[in-house]
Design a protein around this ligand. Structure first.
Ligand SMILES: Cc1cc2nc3c(=O)[nH]c(=O)nc-3n(C[C@H](O)[C@H](O)[C@H](O)COP(=O)(O)O)c2cc1C
Length: 415
């Protein structure tokens, strides 16, 4: 169950337990009229243990998470769900949205809403982007190809991870349109260069360089769930698995000399790397993982084509700062010099509307489509994306925005 929902539910149950109003059969009938309750409540039955049986039954994206958990090995689910340390950033990403209120405008014709969005010169049906997630066959055998087919269905921009299980050429064929390729630069330039050249040759439009995985990380949820996993894993994870063993199942490393590679990420990367990259590829260059306005300005000065404001879904540091909190100072500092995308914690149409109204050009989504993939494969991903589009459509109507350009800063304020 998502952290905020779990918190509301816990508080609700504590409230019920403490309340004399709810003794015996009164509990089944709900609270007495006039009773003041401390939290938003869901009066319709909500039982995380009652799993949906088909994608169509899902009411929101959260419905897929427990099904994914039931289907996917605990170690893989733990890898997906984990934040790091106390998971403060992970929770902050969701709680951050409650700090901002929307200011709806009225008497605007929103009988038809146009969600289409241009991102780096290409038109998509909505500003909902598929964030790069590594190793998607850990969640469903069709992995990145199932996601690409779902992306095609809703015409979403898809960003493919460096550590994809399936090669970029096959994923592009399934998507039927160019992707962006996400790059973990590693400590070896030749590895990065070979992957970038392959992605460019395959027809990728942009390379999204992830800049926020510079340190180690303590993924406690992963470690705890992994210790409950009793399956035989050696078929996929070679025994004594070091980096080289992991990379044998990662399509983009095939045929590349990975000797001397100490890590897929890169703790030594500086702005010099981006100069070198610029001289190597004609693809657009996007920085993924910017959180401070100073770095956003440096990125614009360095001629980057876009940035993604991201804390890696709470998976790269435990600063406690949500991306929706970081977004306004970055938008202000960048002053329109390049598009700003954002991710981490986006689950609702209203979350997306808040970010777009603040000045983001698009929003990337990570875990929700993985829940859909783990739950029902391609059909699950399709439904997750459809639910997000439906909610976004409704949220735009609610604030009085018939198109993306009508989402303006005056529609959002800090609560
Ligand atoms: C299981 C998993 C694997 C991920 N793998 C990558 C990756 O390979 N490269 C990358 O740049 N980001 C990766 N991310 C981060 C996502 O691109 C994105 O920033 C994050 O998931 C957004 O937060 P959300 O999951 O709350 O939507 C991964 C995230 C998850 C959950």
């Amino acid at each position: 169950m998502p952290a905020t929902q779990a918190m509301y539910r816990r508080r609700f149950l504590q409230f019920l337990a403490a309340s004399p109003l709810f003794a015996g059969s009164a509990l089944a009938e709900g609270p007495l009229p006039g009773t003041r309750l401390s939290d938003p409540l869901m009066w319709a039955p909500f039982r995380a243990e009652a799993l949906i049986k088909s994608p169509k039954e899902a009411i929101n994206v959260f419905d897929f998470e427990p099904v994914c958990r039931a289907n996917v090995p605990p170690a893989h689910f733990g890898y997906m769900a984990s934040g790091i340390d106390d998971e403060v950033t992970l929770r902050a990403n969701r709680e951050g949205f409650a700090k901002f209120q929307l200011r709806p405008r009225r008497l605007v014709d929103v009988s038809k809403v146009d969600m289409s969005t241009e991102i780096l010169g290409v038109k998509y049906d909505s500003p909902i982007v598929i964030a790069p997630v590594g190793g998607q066959q850990s969640f469903h055998e069709e992995g990145e190809v199932a996601v690409a087919r779902a992306a095609r269905q809703g015409n979403h921009l898809q960003i493919l991870s460096t550590v994809t299980n399936i090669g970029v050429e096959e994923v592009i064929a399934a998507r039927g349109a160019p992707l962006w390729y996400q790059l973990y630069a590693s400590n070896k330039w030749d590895v990065a260069k070979a992957m970038v050249m392959r992605a460019e040759k395959a027809g990728c439009l942009a390379v999204a360089v992830t800049v926020d995985r510079s340190g180690g990380r303590n993924q406690e949820t992963l470690f705890r769930l992994r210790s409950t996993d009793t399956r035989e894993c050696s078929g996929c994870h070679e025994r004594g698995s070091g980096l080289a063993a992991t990379l044998t199942r990662r399509a983009m490393y095939q045929g590349i000399d990975v000797s001397g590679l100490t890590n897929t990420q890169s703790s030594a990367m500086t702005w010099d790397f981006l100069k070198r990259l610029r001289d190597t590829t004609k693809m657009k260059i996007v920085l993924k993982g910017i959180l401070a306005h100073e770095d956003a300005v440096l990125a614009a000065d360095a001629g980057m084509d876009a940035i993604i404001v991201s804390n890696h879904g709470g998976r790269s540091e435990d600063s406690g700062r949500s991306t929706i909190d970081a977004l306004p100072e970055i938008v202000e500092a960048v002053r329109g010099r390049m598009p700003i995308l954002v991710d981490s914690g986006f689950r609702r149409g209203s979350d997306i509307v808040k970010a777009l109204a603040m000045g983001a050009s698009a929003v990337c989504v990570g875990r929700p489509y993985i829940w859909g993939l783990g739950a029902f494969g391609q059909a699950g991903v399709e439904r997750v994306l459809e639910l997000m589009r439906i909610e976004l459509y409704g949220a735009m109507q609610q604030v009085g925005a018939p198109s993306i350009k009508h989402l303006v800063p005056a529609m959002v304020r800090r609560a």
